[in-house]
Design a protein around this ligand. Structure first.
Ligand code: PBG
Length: 336
């Protein structure tokens, strides 16, 4: 006899008892509104020069900078796990950096070579390449800087266009401008089309906030800005309407997928962007979000797996179709 029936108390006269649908795991599975699958995941990966190199990123335990040979092995494994896409970020040695990020559009640069090699060895995986100057500039900003320290918009867009074209020539599937300059999506779309790369897509970092959650990523790339901050191009954390404005502009300029970044502190923005467009919406579960979970888990203060799944599920529930996450491999293994 169940506890409910053995109670001497008279049952409440309730027409609705929501707990009925939570009674067993099977019932909960039947009425679950949101599912996280491996198909939703994009794995950001770091490539460095050299051979036989795999260097753990101190502030991102479990994430590595790989030289190309080892990166290819890792990508084969990622693909085996069913993860459909990777987002590639280069670690550029100091001697290749300059004021204008010229290495970014070198046809034989690290990113370009890596994309070609991936397309030869793991052709099925979708390759997304970052378009922004910060890994390539001595000053660490995403754009060109004048003598007063102002980040120049239109001259930067010219360089970004060259960078995107060189990535398209190498065989990338999507270029992903993460720089937040005005008008770059339109300029890149026009240039890609003019050069015949009509099938190269654009994943636009549309609502990218000036966020302290990027700290560990900047460690990974040694790309922290040497002066000032990114607040004149990345968005103010307090703004939501502006996110919709940015999304609308990027769509008008030719974006295929729009993104909100970071994710967890911006679930409301993900939700609003979801309402504002029929395009796929991506969310970037950034380095700081990863580091916080890893750190708390290492201290034994949280259940790591459950917190990861709960966090990513909340991003999907908010409206994200795709999630860029350093947890991609771990999640794929959990969902197997
Ligand atoms: C730079 C870029 C950043 C990230 C992706 N591309 C950092 C920044 O804007 O300073 C952050 C990713 C992360 O924190 O995981 N164009």
């Amino acid at each position: 006899m169940s506890v409910e029936n053995s109670s001497t108390a008279k049952p409440l006269n309730l027409l609705q008892r929501p707990r009925r649908l939570r009674r067993t795991a099977t019932l909960r599975r039947m009425v679950r509104e949101t599912t996280l699958t491996v198909d939703d995941l994009i794995y950001p990966m770091f490539v460095m020069e050299g051979e036989g190199q795999k260097v753990e990123i101190t502030s991102m335990p479990g994430c590595y900078r790989y030289s190309l040979d080892l990166l290819l092995k890792e990508i084969a494994e990622v693909s085996q796990l069913g993860i459909p896409a990777i987002a590639l970020f280069p670690v550029i040695s100091e001697n290749k950096k300059d004021d204008i990020g010229a290495e970014s559009y070198n046809p034989d640069g690290l990113v370009q070579q890596t994309v070609k090699a991936i397309k030869q060895t793991v052709p099925g995986i979708v390759v997304i390449t970052d378009v922004a100057l910060d890994p390539f500039t001595t000053h660490g900003h995403d754009g060109l800087v004048d003598e007063n320290g102002t980040i120049l918009n239109d001259p930067t867009v010219e360089v970004l266009v060259k960078m995107a074209l060189s990535q398209a020539a190498a065989g990338t599937d999507f270029v992903a401008p993460s720089d937040m300059m005005d008008g770059r999506i339109g300029a890149i779309r026009q240039a890609l089309d003019a050069e015949g790369y009509i099938n190269v897509g654009i994943l636009a970092y549309s609502a990218k906030y000036a966020s302290a959650y990027y700290g560990p990523f900047r460690d990974a790339l040694d790309s922290a800005p040497k002066f000032g901050d990114k607040k004149t191009y990345q968005m103010d954390a307090a703004n939501a309407k502006e996110a919709i404005k940015e999304v609308e502009l990027d769509i008008a300029e030719g974006a295929d997928i729009v993104m909100v970044k970071p994710a967890l502190a911006y679930l409301d923005i993900i939700h609003q962007v979801r309402q504002a467009t029929q395009l796929p919406v991506a969310a970037y579960n950034v380095s700081g979000e990863y580091a916080m979970i890893k750190a708390a888990a290492q201290m034994g203060w949280i259940n790591e797996k459950q917190v990861i799944l709960e966090s990513l599920t909340s991003m999907k529930r908010a409206g994200a179709d795709l999630i860029l996450t350093y947890f991609a491999k771990e999640v794929a293994l959990m969902l197997l």
